[in-house]
Design a protein around this ligand. Structure first.
Ligand code: HEC
Length: 238
């Protein structure tokens, strides 16, 4: 009798009651896997999904959103990150380190993966509008030796109200709280905010109409990090 021959040995209960009865075993396995699955799936639908929300972080205005689309279109993220890491050298240079909740309305977020230029997550209000106007036209005029390319076409091309509304509608579908009135009123909101920037630019001698792409991009850059900066700086102490 070979050592593998168990015919005379009383087989193990597991073999008799489970493995020996394939239909029952299949049911038992299904039940077992389902319980394991449900334990993981149910919390996903019951607990509020997503990162912890940060108070004071609100969706972009239509003009800022238009600027954001231009930022993505021009590939600014190839040279600029939008994530301050929790290291002393970074917080001294850029301010409070970035929190997940700050990206709540960034779809997709612009973390970036390279820093050929500086991080931009907290660049909002660091410079006046006129600085960005000059910088984007000719980076070396404001930052001697800069290797950032000039973007002259942003001063000729204009943004389109319907495009901005389409972006807002898409984000609304994804849960960003734009109301239908926000979307239908986007034209006025664009005009109002761009008028302010045009006035700021005029005070530095630059003439803009307000519908140039660069104006939207300035609105976006000036918003970056502004919502959360005050609260976070107070919390971290720099
Ligand atoms: C080839 C890489 C490169 C690209 C692409 C690029 N930048 Fe830059 N950017 C830089 C470098 C380098 C600097 C630092 C020198 C300077 O101020 O120009 C900089 C600086 C900046 C600053 C000032 C940041 C600060 O805190 O002083 C802003 C704002 C900025 N870039 C915005 C943009 C925007 C918007 C775009 C896309 C339209 C863009 N950049 C594309 C390389 C790049």
């Amino acid at each position: 009798m070979s050592s593998n021959d168990h015919s005379n040995v009383k087989s193990h209960w597991h073999r008799r009651l489970l493995e020996g009865k394939s239909a029952i075993f299949a049911v038992a396995v299904t039940v077992g896997i389902s319980v394991g699955g449900l334990v993981e799936i149910i919390p996903m639908y019951t607990v509020a999904a997503g990162p912890e929300q940060l108070q004071g972080v609100t969706p972009y205005t239509p003009l800022e959103l238009a600027g954001r689309d231009i930022y993505v279109k021009e590939g600014c993220y190839n040279c600029h990150s939008q994530m301050v890491r929790p290291f002393r050298d970074e917080t001294l240079r850029y301010g409070a380190w970035s929190r997940a909740g700050e990206y709540q309305f960034d779809r997709p977020f612009q973390l970036g993966s390279r820093r050929i230029g500086p991080d931009l997550h907290r660049v909002g209000k660091k410079y006046p509008d006129g600085w960005h106007w000059e910088h984007m036209k000719d980076p070396r005029s404001t930052s001697p030796g800069s290797i950032m390319p000039p973007y002259p076409w942003l001063y000729e091309k204009t943004y389109d109200v319907a495009d901005v509304q389409a972006s807002m509608t898409a984000l609304q579908t994804l849960g960003v709280p734009y109301s239908d009135a926000d979307i239908s009123g986007a034209g006025q909101a664009l005009k109002a905010q761009s008028d302010t920037i045009v006035a700021n630019l005029a005070s530095t001698g630059a003439t803009a109409q307000g519908n140039e792409e660069v104006v939207a991009l300035i609105a976006y850059l000036q918003r970056l990090g502004v919502d959360s900066r005050a609260a976070l700086d107070a919390r971290d102490g720099g």
